[in-house]
Design a protein around this ligand. Sequence first.
Ligand code: MN
Ligand code: MN
Length: 320
Amino acid sequence: MILRLDRLAVDLPKPKNPSPNDAAAVQELLGGKFGEMSTLMNYTFQSFNFRGREAYRPYYDLIANIAAEEFGHIEAVTYTINMLLTGTTPRGDDPTTAPLQDAANWRNTYHTIATGQQAYCGDSMGNFWTGQNVFSSGNLKLDLLHNFFLEVGARANKIRVYEMTKDPCARAMLGYLLVRGGVHVVAYAKALEKLSGVAVGGLLPIPDISNKRFPEARKHEDKGLHRILYRFSPDDYRKIVEVWNGPHPEDGQPLEVQDGPPEGFKPPDLEEEPQLTAPGGPDDGPDPAMLKEYADRIFGTSAKVSMNAGAPKKVPAKKR
Ligand code: MN
Ligand code: MN
């Protein structure tokens, strides 16, 4: 079972320039082959499918525990996309334009047509995430190798998205996840080392650039976040400490298990996007006749219902 906390793992600043194309790029980190949906679901299914749990308890604990952290990562990436999409459509009632006219030129129109300027469970090119991205072979060494590859592939994608956007919101998320993904890279490398004796950590970093080169990642590493593995459970997964120990392969600092999740931050309250339900523009609101009909069905025909019920907040109209 999962215990859920209404906290966001990383503090996300408001985007400087909300951008649907930046949001589209970030989608890859959510629902792409190497995105957070893939890490979450791979480790989740591998832990459910694990045979020989008692014999290989430290590896089971590691995979199951990292799965729990990945839930918070899909949340952080999703909020980033939502914040990058907030305010990207005009909020006036200019009769010469359609409310969502600009969105017709966005690279990704699912962000308006299929959603309410929201993230969707798919990649940067509009392909929906699929269970075919889940690898669970029943062979522990093979699954750990896969997970190591998945985490370094995810790292490569994050670095490329970092190079596609200068937005502080996107880069705050990227910096944090480069560090946390880096922990998972090292965790799977350590697991393979314990299982096989091969010094997998010697391959790192992949790609060949240190997290310390990214200011938004370095600030977390300066606080030691790259050497902390959170134990996401009140009582369980205690044997992760048998894998997560010794020196960090890149800077030699001691690895440490921290009991409990990170403290996190209050999730941002996403503003309404009123034009999404108002065909004629944001001031029109929902059709009063339609609202009356629904109210009659729910409360009976005698009900008195304000025609403004549920209407979006008024925004200052542009001069015509
Ligand atoms: Mn992750
Ligand atoms: Mn990860």
